[in-house]
Design a protein around this ligand. Structure first.
Ligand code: THG
Length: 463
């Protein structure tokens, strides 16, 4: 795949190639080469070189690189970036400069060879050549120049969750917790639902923008509403979003309980997205089928702790289901473990129903065990679910979320669907409220719910 200006095309090509390889029982090496056509240092569709790499890495290509465009000089820093990021061979074949007014290319064989020799001298490349304007004389000069240098050493790249929108996102140890914006969800926000059902996409995009501006590193998009055509609206919204660079810079989480909606969404995004979610609720066969497709589309995946028996609500069931899913994904599908995000189910606590009292502890302890036993996998959850019984009382909900996260993050939770920008700082919560939340979430006393309900009265009506 060469001269790529829109990564979505390449992802479609990779998907098609894998399909044909599977049909024929024989695969061929894949070479991928992007094109950076202006001085912004991005592809025409807006991705940086590393974001581009993250989008296509699932193809396990023989080479990644750049071709065409403005000539070797302008390519240099972008090839350097790819060389740093990619754990595969690097291939560079620039134009012999920009065409002049006559459509001719002015860079001489000697000039072009000198530039490309610089790539080789600095250890950026494994394969080189020439694109538009290069002649056999150019190729001869380049071959002689690079013969003096050793090929690039393919770097060892750490095993990390690596996503992208227009820009790359890598979950490193410096990031204790990834905020996934929850507001672009028609079931999670009455306002967003009204905007979408009214067809006011401009204002709906502002909801997405606000989440990113408030610190969401990923945004969750959910259009599951009985009264709308979820698949159509998901596609329309994602296509509009792709044209907003300040939103599209972050990776997207495509959230639906309907597989058709997820698949339609995956066909719209050029970045490396996340699927929310798949599970074993309909058995192993459907789970494996969905997982294989997610892998071919080049996305990461949220796996709910849900099996044929239903949603896991105890520590034992959460761990058992996630462990079973991990084995299937890594052993049967070949899914990269760093691209698996387990969601052990955040359920509402302090509901007045006694069986619900242990839900906070069950999640936190499941996060601890999953993190300890399933290498490279991540833990996420819908944090706002926890406080459904305090709807309308924002100060109490915020305090509950922050207390929950304080403990869950220490246990290994590293991502969460949250109202970005609306998380209280644990240390600054009124100590009385904090303790009451802690009693509920950690299930520390029998009267915890009653005490929090009583205290909550004081905060009612506050913003
Ligand atoms: N796990 C995974 N995905 C999920 C969830 C999960 N996606 C959806 C949901 N749960 C997470 N998202 C939200 C979004 C909003 C709220 C809760 C969870 C929420 N909304 C306010 C309410 O309902 O009171 C909205 C009020 C309003 O503005 O209308 O609490 O668990 N994988």
């Amino acid at each position: 795949f060469e001269t790529i200006t829109d990564t979505l095309n390449t992802k479609a090509g990779i998907f098609a190639a894998e399909k044909v390889f599977a049909q024929r029982g024989r695969s061929l090496p894949i070479m991928i080469s992007g094109t950076i056509t202006d001085l912004s240092g991005r592809t025409l569709s807006g991705q940086t070189p590393t974001a581009f790499w993250h989008s296509v890495r699932h193809a396990k290509p023989l080479t990644i690189g750049l071709n065409c465009a403005l000539g070797a000089n302008a390519m240099r820093s972008h090839i350097a970036e790819l060389s740093d990021a990619a754990d595969t061979l690097i291939c560079a074949y620039p134009n012999a400069g920009l065409p002049n007014e006559m459509g001719q290319y002015d860079e001489s064989p000697e000039f072009m060879a000198e530039q490309i020799e610089g790539f080789a001298r600095d250890g950026y490349v494994n394969i080189v050549g020439g694109c538009c304007g290069s002649t056999p004389d150019h190729i001869r000069a380049i071959a002689e120049a690079v013969a003096r240098h050793a090929p690039r050493q393919v770097p060892q790249v750490e095993t990390r969750l690596r996503l992208s929108g227009l820009e790359p996102f890598t979950l490193t140890d410096d990031i204790p917790f990834v905020n996934i914006g929850e507001r672009t969800n028609v079931t999670g926000s009455a306002r967003f639902r009204k905007l979408i059902t009214a067809g006011d996409y401009a204002a709906a995009l502002e909801v997405a923008r606000d989440q990113v501006n408030n610190g969401a590193q990923i945004i969750d998009i959910n259009m599951d509403e009985g009264l709308i055509d979820s698949q159509k609206v998901m596609v329309e919204f994602l296509n509009l979003l792709a044209a907003e660079p300040d939103i599209a810079r972050v990776p997207l989480m495509i959230d639906s309980s309907k597989w058709e909606v997820i698949e339609a969404g995956l066909k719209c995004v050029q970045g490396k997205a996340l699927v929310n979610s798949i599970s074993m609720k309909e058995g192993e066969e459907a789970f494996l089928h969905h997982a294989r497709l997610v892998k071919s589309y080049g996305a990461a995946v949220v796996v709910m702790a849900f099996d044929e028996q239903g949603q896991a609500d105890t520590l034992e069931r959460k761990v058992e289901i996630c462990t079973r899913a991990y084995k299937l994904l890594t052993e049967e599908v070949g899914f990269p473990p760093e691209d698996i995000i387990f969601d052990p189910n955040v359920f509402a606590v302090a509901t007045g129903i006694e069986e619900h009292n242990g839900y906070g502890v069950a999640f936190i302890e499941a996060a601890r065990q999953i993190t300890a036993t399933l290498p490279h996998a991540h833990i996420s959850g819908g944090v706002s679910n926890l406080s459904f019984s305090f709807r309308g009382n924002e100060p109490v909900r915020e305090a509950m979320h922050s207390v929950f996260l304080y403990h869950a993050i220490q246990a290994g939770m590293d991502m969460g669907i949250v109202n970005a920008g609306q998380l209280a700082v644990y240390e600054t919560i009124d100590p009385e409220l904090r303790e009451a939340c802690e009693d509920v979430i950690l299930n520390r006393r029998d009267d915890a719910t009653d005490r929090l309900l009583e205290l909550a009265e004081r905060y009612k009506g506050q913003a």
